[in-house]
Design a protein around this ligand. Structure first.
Ligand SMILES: [Zn+2]
Length: 225
C-alpha cells in the first residue's frame, strides 16, 4: 500500500452499536498487521487488577454507567507508550475510545504527543438507528454450536445454522428496551464526535448497510486513496 511505506497507519474506527465495527477492526488488523486497541478489551483487563480502580470499574460498568474520560485516556496513553517501544509495528486501530467529544480531543493530543499524527484515518461505519435496532434485536444464535448469526445481508435468510445445521434462537441479552437506551446514548454522546471530525474534513463515511465483505472492500478503497 502506497501510503504505508513510510507513514505508519492509525485508524480510528467509529460506528453505532450493531455496525459491525469490531468485525471490520479485526479484518483490518489482519490485513495490514496493525495492533488492535479496543477499549472494551482494555477495560476488561484493567478490571482484573484488584486495586481501587479495578474494583470501581467493576461497579461502574455493572451499573451500565460511562467510565470517566480521564480513566479511558490513562489506559490509552499507557498503551501508546508501550507501542513506542515496538519498532516494527506498522500502525494500530483504535476501537471504542471516542465515546464523547472530550475523548476525541484527548486522542488527538495523545497522537500528537506520541508522533502518530501523520497518517490518521477516521472511519465511520454508518448505519441508521433503525438498522442498528434491527441488527441488535434480530441477530440469532445457534442452539447447538453457539455461533452468532448477524442480522445482515445473506445471513438474514438462514433458517438453520450454516455451520452445523442447528436451530437458531434469538439472543436473550438483546432486549429491545436496553438496546433503545444504548442507541439513544450513542446518538447523544457520539454525534458530537462525528461532527468534530466532519468539521475538520477528516471523516470518512462508509455505507455499513452492506455485507461484511462489501463494507471491508469499501474501507480498503478509501485507504488506498
Ligand atoms: Zn451451529
Amino acid at each position: 500500500m502506497r501510503n504505508s511505506k513510510n507513514k505508519k497507519l492509525v485508524i480510528i474506527l467509529l460506528g453505532p452499536p450493531g455496525s459491525g465495527k469490531g468485525t471490520q477492526a479485526k479484518l483490518l488488523a489482519k490485513k495490514f498487521k496493525l495492533e488492535y486497541l479496543g477499549s472494551g478489551d482494555t477495560l476488561r483487563q484493567r478490571r482484573k487488577k484488584g486495586d481501587f480502580t479495578g474494583k470501581k470499574l467493576i461497579k461502574v460498568m455493572t451499573r451500565g454507567e460511562l467510565v470517566p474520560s480521564f480513566v479511558i485516556s490513562k489506559l490509552l496513553t499507557d498503551k501508546l507508550e508501550k507501542l513506542k517501544n515496538l519498532s516494527k509495528i506498522s500502525g494500530f486501530i483504535l476501537d471504542g475510545w471516542t465515546r464523547i467529544l472530550t475523548e476525541a480531543e484527548l486522542i488527538d493530543e495523545s497522537l500528537d504527543w506520541y508522533e502518530w499524527q501523520k497518517n490518521v484515518k477516521v472511519i465511520l461505519i454508518n448505519i441508521s438507528s433503525r438498522e442498528s435496532f434491527n441488527r441488535l434485536t434480530k441477530r440469532r444464535i445457534c442452539k447447538d454450536c453457539g455461533r452468532l448469526i448477524p442480522w445482515v445481508g445473506e445471513f438474514k435468510k438462514l433458517k438453520r445454522c450454516d455451520k452445523c445445521g442447528g436451530s437458531l434462537i434469538s439472543r436473550a441479552d438483546d432486549k429491545p428496551k436496553a438496546i433503545k437506551k444504548r442507541l439513544e446514548e450513542f446518538k447523544k454522546e457520539t454525534k458530537p464526535v462525528i461532527d468534530y471530525y466532519k468539521k475538520q474534513g477528516r471523516l470518512i463515511k462508509i455505507n455499513g448497510k452492506q455485507s461484511i465483505k462489501d463494507v471491508f472492500k469499501d474501507i480498503l478503497k478509501v485507504l488506498r486513496k
